[in-house]
Design a protein around this ligand. Sequence first.
Ligand code: TXA
Ligand code: MG
Length: 327
Amino acid sequence: MRLDASQPQAIERAAAVLRAGGLVAFPTETVYGLGADASNPDAVARIFEAKGRPRAHPLIVHLADAAALDPWAARVPPLARRLAESLWPGPLTLVLPRHRRVPPAVTGGRDTVALRVPDHPVALALLRAFGGGIAAPSANRFGHVSPTTAAHVLADLGDAVDAVLDGGPCEVGVESTIVDMTGPTPRLLREGGVPVETVEAIAGCPVERRARPGEAPGTLRWHYAPRARLLAVAPGELAGAIAEASARHRRVAALWPAELGAPPAGLAAVVAFSLDPARAAERLYAALREADARGAQVIVAPLPPGDGLAAAVRDRLVRAAARREDE
Ligand code: TXA
Ligand code: MG
């Protein structure tokens, strides 16, 4: 069932689906989430089935506001409280010690829980109408490109989801930044929508950049992958990589930034992209899906330079490109 989020009753109907233990896909500022009642283990189990996701990969619990933190975290260190109060609603996920009421199904059996308040009017309206925490991973098949429109969700999950709240395309376009607050110093588990430099400025201390292996299960080396083979290269190497791929494959697509002028001739698909970090993040997943839809065998994409969102885009492109090398 597709629900137009701007229609009266849509939010209430979606909240009723959640209360009945169903799955609701909903827009956030980052990507669409596949939501279930976080306090209902059977509903949460359905998320893993629908996505084909391993059960040990923990989910983020979405909350309506920072004041809703306490029932989910056993302890909220002052620094975590400060980050929550400054950056929520927003694309920041905090990993905190798990309150014992959080079902183990949500946390993959871990003693920590990931929490965030999304900055999207539809997500916030749903959270308020529902009145509890919503566990939600990105609403795509496991390992595939994340969804930034309701159409992406339906293409990936179809009938496996009970309702899709359509709130238009997501504005940030890459997932939240994840910071582990359970140790003596904050540690970055995933780059994302909030630049890590912003987190450091508010925390007043450095954020450790290197996560230990297995610390954020689900941030596998391959992830976010299109069907086609993906080559991610520096912008200066884009033309060369396209020429090389074209010598070996018939259908080569390029994510082509307008800043570089006209694309080379002979591409099977030229997909609009940008080297501007915010624009690149917003376009990334839709562009990869578009290249797939146009039958590309190989997709060549540039790695946008710079900090913040550019680093998150590079992280996703490098992971998406790693898949085929691992196979
Ligand atoms: O922007 C986002 O974060 C989106 C929207 C829907 O909110 N959600 C999202 O969820 O990206 P997902 O499941 O695709 O990625 C969540 C990541 C996974 O890599 C998972 O391992 C990590 O969060 N995570 C969740 N709970 C954790 C925990 N307790 N400790 C460490 N990592 C955790
Ligand atoms: Mg995901």
